[in-house]
Ligand binder design. Sequence first.
Ligand SMILES: Cc1cc2nc3c(=O)[nH]c(=O)nc-3n(C[C@H](O)[C@H](O)[C@H](O)COP(=O)(O)OP(=O)(O)OC[C@H]3O[C@@H](n4cnc5c(N)ncnc54)[C@H](O)[C@@H]3O)c2cc1C
Length: 187
Amino acid sequence: MRKEEVIVVGGGVVGAAIAFGAAKAGAPVTLLDQGDIANRASRDNFGLVWAQSKGDGFPRYARWSREAIDHWKPLADELMELTGVDVDLQQSGGFWVGFSEKEMRARQTMLEGLRNTGPGVPYQMMDHAELKRHLPAIGPKVAGGSWCPLDGHVNPLKHDLPLPAQREAPWRPGDQWALLKLLAGSR
Ligand SMILES: Cc1cc2nc3c(=O)[nH]c(=O)nc-3n(C[C@H](O)[C@H](O)[C@H](O)COP(=O)(O)OP(=O)(O)OC[C@H]3O[C@@H](n4cnc5c(N)ncnc54)[C@H](O)[C@@H]3O)c2cc1C
């Protein structure tokens, strides 16, 4: 093993992203995964790329989460260019729904605390009538909600595919380092 070689253990979205970044920085990277057939968290999640409420009480996590929002679009574009896989990123905003005035007050206090995190987390509180204009299906028990224009989502069944595999073929554990080796070797 050469001194500067990077070995990443775990080929979920986190390990694959670290390996991808290290390979792009020029390190020879080997990404190892145990290679079972379970989907794991990286594929069995909601796909939310969420800013509002992330990192309440944890300033560094809040700042990281906020900065990650800005990294997603360039990353999605880069993955599309490299692999042809569209991760279906949409950042069109997201709603939270509250069921009492107490919940609404707590929400506003929390979002106000996050507002100036990193590049900023904008939000808007909405009462029942205003929220219903956006989400007509809400019922009478909904007190209101919050809206953040930065929130969005990706397709979790696709977002870890382009990292390990350089094609749209079904994912196989053995594919995981192919793209990474290619990127490292291309520098
Ligand atoms: C139900 C649910 C919903 C979620 N919704 C969201 C959401 O909307 N938005 C969001 O940002 N996050 C969400 N998350 C969190 C997110 O899914 C995880 O933070 C993320 O997927 C973690 O990725 P990972 O790569 O660290 O872990 P994993 O996806 O678990 O990957 C770990 C990898 O390591 C491999 N591995 C483990 N042990 C070894 C070993 N000893 N040797 C070799 N390989 C090994 C495994 O096979 C696996 O491939 C959700 C999580 C869950 C459970």
